[in-house]
Design a protein around this ligand. Structure first.
Ligand SMILES: Nc1ncnc2c1ncn2[C@@H]1O[C@H](COP(=O)(O)OP(=O)(O)OP(=O)(O)O)[C@@H](O)[C@H]1O
Length: 264
């Protein structure tokens, strides 16, 4: 199922402490579609999600949120680890209406964490906390899910289950999903649209096209390239550790630019 746009970002620029983090980033999420942002550490992925949610104000660009209810799973939970807070209370705080224990247990069951309802958030393991965060997002019955590495710390079997659950939200309930993930195999198998981000959008499109794109192959290094390489292609720039665009010596203008490339 897919429908109209739930979120549209256009020309987003963002700096942290004078350092550019996002440069001319465009992105659209539609109902029933899974958009995944991939890229190296420090590429600006979490910052982009926070701009999308209105938690960070961009220096330039337009953010249009058409979604009525957004469920967010942050990369890290900074509160809760410090406060005395039960899982029951933490989940109940996510919605305005009063929820009974049965409802809370049911949603925890769907993320494989039915046993933690009576625990303190501070006592949860990393994987349990991640499951509770996803349950909390789902409790809101969102039409848009924004997920920042939603299965980080979850065991391998659990990862597959949670990705299936996320996919079902899109396919069966028409939820739009904007996700950051480092699990490239999952991304390639279960995503409608991949955005390769390294401060700017290096390439974007259907997973199969992106997995062959020279920028994607360059971004994820020779190992990934070797496992995915179907063809190779010269391109005219590399990236510094900070994501900056660096010219390659003797590079010719034979690079195929992605839709988000705004350089050279
Ligand atoms: N509040 C902040 N103040 C200053 N710099 C920040 C802040 N938040 C993020 N940064 C910097 O902005 C850059 C992008 O950070 P961001 O968390 O968006 O990257 P990411 O792609 O999500 O990385 P990772 O894959 O490691 O989670 C990094 O260099 C980071 O150090």
């Amino acid at each position: 199922m897919s429908g109209g746009p739930l979120l549209r970002l256009a020309g987003i620029r963002l700096s942290h402490g004078g350092h550019p983090v996002l440069d001319h980033v465009d992105l659209t999420v539609e109902a029933g579609r899974i958009i995944t942002v991939v890229g190296p550490n420090g590429a600006g992925k979490s910052s982009l999600l926070k701009v999308a949610l209105g938690l960070l104000r961009p220096d330039a660009g337009r953010v249009e949120r058409m979604a009525a209810v957004i469920g967010y799973v942050p990369q890290r939970l900074d509160i809760g680890r410090l406060l005395p807070l039960s899982v029951r209370r933490f989940l109940a705080m996510a919605v305005a209406e009063r929820l009974d224990s049965g409802t809370l247990e049911t949603v925890l069951d769907t993320v494989g964490a039915g046993h933690v309802l009576g625990r303190q958030v501070a006592d949860l393991s990393g994987g349990e906390l991640q499951r509770v965060l996803l349950a909390r997002a789902l409790l809101r019955r969102p039409d848009l899910l924004v997920l920042d590495e939603p299965v980080g710390g979850v065991d391998v079997a659990g990862q597959a289950e949670l990705y299936d659950l996320i996919t079902a939200q899109a396919r069966e309930h028409g939820v739009g999903v904007l996700m950051v993930s480092h699990d490239l195999h999952v991304v390639m198998a279960a995503t409608d649209h991949v955005v390769c981000l390294n401060r700017h959008v290096c390439c974007a499109g259907h997973p199969e096209a992106v997995s062959r794109h020279p920028e994607y192959l360059a971004m994820f290094g020779p190992r990934v390239a070797a496992s995915l390489a179907i063809y190779t292609h010269a391109h005219d720039h590399g990236h510094g550790a900070d994501g900056s665009v660096l010219p390659l010596e003797g590079g010719e203008d034979s690079h195929v630019h992605g839709p988000g490339c705004r350089h050279g």
